[in-house]
Design a binder for this molecule. Structure first.
Ligand SMILES: *Cc1c(COP(=O)(O)O)cnc(C)c1O
Length: 494
């Protein structure tokens, strides 16, 4: 299977797409076509465990990787998840389910892909014949950074550097990154918000000068951000797995449709659902849930993407994003895979902060996607009310999706398709906000909040979070956004 750039001009293998991260012209790599999964193949996957299902889906795209190697890597990656099942589906009632993706080492769904990416990348470099060390640069709104650091710590032939917005992540997220272990890691806080952070990193990626200088020092750049196809591919697998779990527990019949509601920031998670659908998974609607930063809600409803608006810091920081990078891949599909048009729109976005898609494209968009956003008060109310009714505690991001799913179901009573709400983080990762929602109490200390939540909900505390308390802080550098490249050079010359 080959991969092409959404902005044209490049065709590479899957291994190369993953090793390189982003196309030379700034476009994103997409598969040349969507490989089909037939109903027969779906039936064969019913009896598989999560790792086998994931390897089966991955191999459809990454056919130059050998299947047994992929399977072994998936087994190793998903063995790190607490509780035995990497992506358990929890039934709330006959039409509502939670897909829990937070049982990995850092308690957010980013682990689903980032526990596997080191293998995909290293193997990709081997297949491609890349001899240099790989330098991974990550811009994070909070959860990607930690998951990438954990995934890549002490990996052979790799160095990883993470940049996060200094005032844009939760205390727990900051502590998780600041205490990161490993010889090959570095973490720097950036003055500015996530978008500033992301575009500063992207500047390094697309600068030929930077790339040449790094190459002279023996490094090639790669990305662990969700623009890397190696991030996207493992995420496709859990949509298949959730569907198969519904079939094998007789909740639905094979071929029935399922709706998914996804808390969305950079549009990576929900795009994976769209890819699953394109491969043949019976999907009804995809509900795109935003927080107060509702640029995607407006886009899906109006066909106009307009980032020229106030940026809000919310209690769901991993969704505080105004430029959703992965949307480029959807725009490309909606345009009938028109590279020129996609490139033009991305140029308009960069230059004017806005673009509009055609009416026919918006109709295609509306056939699949519904959209809604959840304000801060609604986030708090959703967590509280859902816990009151079902004794199920959820995190602030998941609450946005639950709120959007609830509104969708109320407005579309005729749609009896089961709804799966994608749960992207453990409530223990945002303990103060969740405890405020549950009890109205403002608890200043994260670990105290964890303790109180454990008493209030009886939900098990993830080991990786309770251990954080005793870990020494290793990283506390803060940099201006136009100085990130200096930090990179300092790091590799250390
Ligand atoms: C990253 C993240 C999201 C947003 O996912 P995207 O793929 O960026 O849309 C939602 N919730 C949590 C907890 C996250 O870490």
């Amino acid at each position: 299977m080959n991969f092409i750039s959404t902005r044209g001009g490049e065709k590479v293998t899957g291994a190369q797409a993953i090793a390189q991260g982003i196309a030379k012209n700034g476009g994103l790599f997409v598969p040349e076509f969507f490989p089909a999964v037939t109903e027969e193949e779906l039936t064969a996957m019913l009896g598989m465990n999560y790792a086998e299902r994931a390897a089966t889906v991955l191999h459809k795209y990454l056919d130059e990787y050998d299947f047994d190697g992929l399977k072994e890597a998936c087994e190793k990656a998903y063995a790190q998840f607490e509780g035995g099942d990497a992506a358990p589906l929890v039934k709330i009632d006959s039409s509502l389910y939670m897909l829990e993706l937070f049982h990995g080492p850092t308690c957010a769904f980013k682990d689903m892909a980032l526990t596997l990416l080191p293998y995909l990348l290293r193997k990709g470099c081997d297949i491609t014949g890349i001899k240099e060390q790989v330098l991974i640069l990550v811009a994070t709104s909070g959860d990607t950074g930690k998951a990438a650091l954990e995934g890549f710590k002490d990996a052979e032939g790799v160095k990883i550097m993470v940049f996060y917005p200094n005032d844009g992540v939760s205390k727990m997220q900051k502590l998780q990154m600041a205490t990161q272990e490993g010889k090959n890691v570095n973490v720097v806080a950036v003055r500015g918000n996530f978008d500033a952070c992301q575009s500063a990193v992207k500047t390094i990626f697309t600068s030929e000068t930077c790339k040449q200088e790094l190459k002279d020092r023996g490094y090639i750049l790669s990305s662990a951000n969700s623009i890397n196809f190696g991030r996207l591919a493992p995420q496709i697998a859990y949509y298949f797995s959730a569907y198969l779990d519904l079939v094998s527990s007789d909740q639905i019949a094979m071929g029935d449709k399922v709706n998914f509601a996804v808390p969305t920031g950079n549009f990576g998670n929900i795009l994976a659902a769209y890819y699953a659908m394109k491969m043949g998974l019976p999907v009804g609607k995809l509900v795109c849930a935003s927080n107060k930063n509702n640029v995607l809600t407006d886009f899906i409803k109006s066909g106009v993407y307009d980032r020229r608006r106030e940026f809000y810091k919310t209690m769901s920081p991993s969704m505080d994003i105004l430029i959703s990078s992965n949307l480029e891949r959807l725009i490309f599909e909606l345009s009938g895979r028109n590279e020129t048009r996609t490139a033009l729109r991305m140029q308009e976005l960069a230059e004017n902060g806005t673009y509009r898609i055609y009416d026919e494209e918006r109709e295609l968009l509306e056939q699949v996607f519904a959209a809604d956003f959840c304000g801060e008060d609604e986030t708090v109310e959703t967590i509280y009310e859902f816990f009151e009714e079902y004794q199920y505690p959820m995190d602030t991001h998941t609450a946005c999706a639950m709120y959007a799913a609830g509104n969708y179901m109320a407005a579309n009573e005729k749609d009896e398709t089961p709804m799966v709400v994608v749960s992207t983080a453990s409530p223990y990762k945002f303990p103060q906000d969740v405890m405020y929602a549950l009890t109205g109490n403002d608890i200043k200390d994260s670990f105290k909040a964890i303790k109180h939540m454990n008493i209030a909900t009886a939900m098990k505390v993830p080991k990786s979070l309770s251990k954080l308390r005793d870990k020494p802080v290793r990283f506390n550098a803060v940099a201006d956004k136009d100085k990130l490249y200096n930090e990179v050079i300092k790091f590799i010359e250390k």
